[in-house]
Design a protein around this ligand. Structure first.
Ligand SMILES: NC(=O)c1ccc[n+]([C@@H]2O[C@H](COP(=O)([O-])OP(=O)(O)OC[C@H]3O[C@@H](n4cnc5c(N)ncnc54)[C@H](O)[C@@H]3O)[C@@H](O)[C@H]2O)c1
Length: 344
């Protein structure tokens, strides 16, 4: 089925409002989840709604929280997200980072104990809209252990995404937004819901054998995701765990907790404090032109900058609607029904 984004957003808003969120929070959760569907990161879209509601009912996250400042000076801030919804907590953390960066040219915010922060590229896009460069490192303290270390077969690390954004005047920003493992867990769930397979070389089953069956990942014993590019992705993941987890105080991946809390280290830079803005923008534009001038691997191929695929998907899905598989739709209907929201 295909659904238009305002209808989907309204359904998600109604669900979170009925679950206890104030209007602002319900709107922000719906906005970011539907935005992930619009940019074709369905793994971080409305497929997350049933899990967010489960976590709320289990008391793992709470409605209507705000960030608490643990410690701060002009450029450094440590925040506690108090296990509130990441869509609100992440936005508040970014607001603090961007306001400080506007004043001082640089800001570092270490956020701990946030609910799921969703698509981390959202935070890089928020900074880019205000003309700032940003870098984000995100881990999960313990409930999201998914990834085997290089050379291992058991889960020890979280998906440990890294995002970064560069503003581009008059065009979509350059957005890096990747987990440091071969495939984001949400994409395994999407494949499971669609009855599809996952790419070869991305996951192991519970016996440590390579598999393309997403169900084998969720079976008992559970499988593991492999690090991106072998030892390189593993090394990146280790650094993300330390920067996001140990430095923020939210902790690295560790056994003994089921709570899925995200920690995020964000660095925001105002390029205009380092050199003339037009010179910086000119360098980025020249570099982009140079990169795109490379011969393509196939005759009809095209070179896209990071962030362009998402921008194109958004234009298309705003126009044509968001494709949703039947399993995800019926899961949404079931959650809505459990909150006495009339079926759509
Ligand atoms: N909150 C969390 O704990 C958490 C954990 C893991 C992942 N995530 C999110 O999951 C999402 C998916 O992660 P992923 O690792 O599957 O990402 P991915 O493999 O889909 O890669 C996305 C990145 O690659 C770029 N890209 C894709 N195709 C391209 C092309 N043809 N040319 C140029 N650039 C291209 C995109 O612009 C983007 O920067 C991300 O949004 C990430 O933030 C969140």
């Amino acid at each position: 089925m295909t659904i238009d984004h305002p209808t989907l957003k309204q359904l998600v808003m109604d669900i979170f409002a009925a679950a206890g969120s104030h209007h602002h929070e319900a709107e922000r959760i719906a906005h970011y989840l539907v935005e992930a569907n619009l940019v074709e990161h369905d793994s971080h879209g409305v497929i997350q709604v049933p899990r967010y509601i489960e976590r709320l009912r289990a008391g793992e996250i709470s409605c209507n929280q705000t960030v608490e400042i643990v410690t701060e000076n002009e450029v450094l801030t440590v925040l506690d997200g108090q296990l509130g919804f990441g869509q609100v907590i992440g936005e508040e953390a970014m607001r603090i980072a961007l306001d400080k960066c506007a004043k001082f040219g640089l800001a570092l915010v270490a956020l701990r104990n946030s609910g799921h922060l969703g698509r981390i590229g959202d935070w890089a896009e928020m900074a880019a809209r205000e003309g700032m460069i940003s870098i984000h490192f995100v881990n999960t303290s313990g409930g999201g252990i998914l990834v085997a270390p290089y050379g291992g077969t058991e889960r020890r690390l979280s998906a440990d995404p890294i995002a970064a954004g560069v503003p581009v005047p008059g065009g979509p920003p350059i957005i890096l937004d990747i987990s440091t493992c071969t495939i984001a867990e949400g994409k395994i769930r999407v494949a499971a819901n669609q009855g599809a397979t996952v790419p070869e070389g991305s996951i192991l089953d519970g016996q440590g054998r390579p598999t393309i069956d997403p169900q084998a990942f969720y079976a008992s014993p559970k499988g593991a995701i492999l690090p991106l590019g072998g030892h390189k992705g593993f090394a990146l993941g280790v650094i993300v765990e330390v920067l996001a987890g140990a430095l923020s105080g939210g902790s690295c991946s560790r056994p003994g907790t089921k709570v899925v809390s995200n920690n995020m280290l964000t660095i925001v830079i105002d390029p205009a404090r380092l050199r003339a803005r037009r010179d910086f923008d000119g360098d980025v534009a020249d570099f982009t032109t140079w990169v795109k001038s490379a011969a393509t691997a196939t005759p009809d191929g095209e070179i896209l900058m990071p962030g362009e695929p998402e921008h194109r998907s958004k234009v298309k899905r705003l126009r044509d609607g968001i494709p949703l598989d039947e399993t995800t739709w019926s899961q949404l209907q079931a959650v809505a029904g459990s909150l006495r929201i009339p079926a759509r």
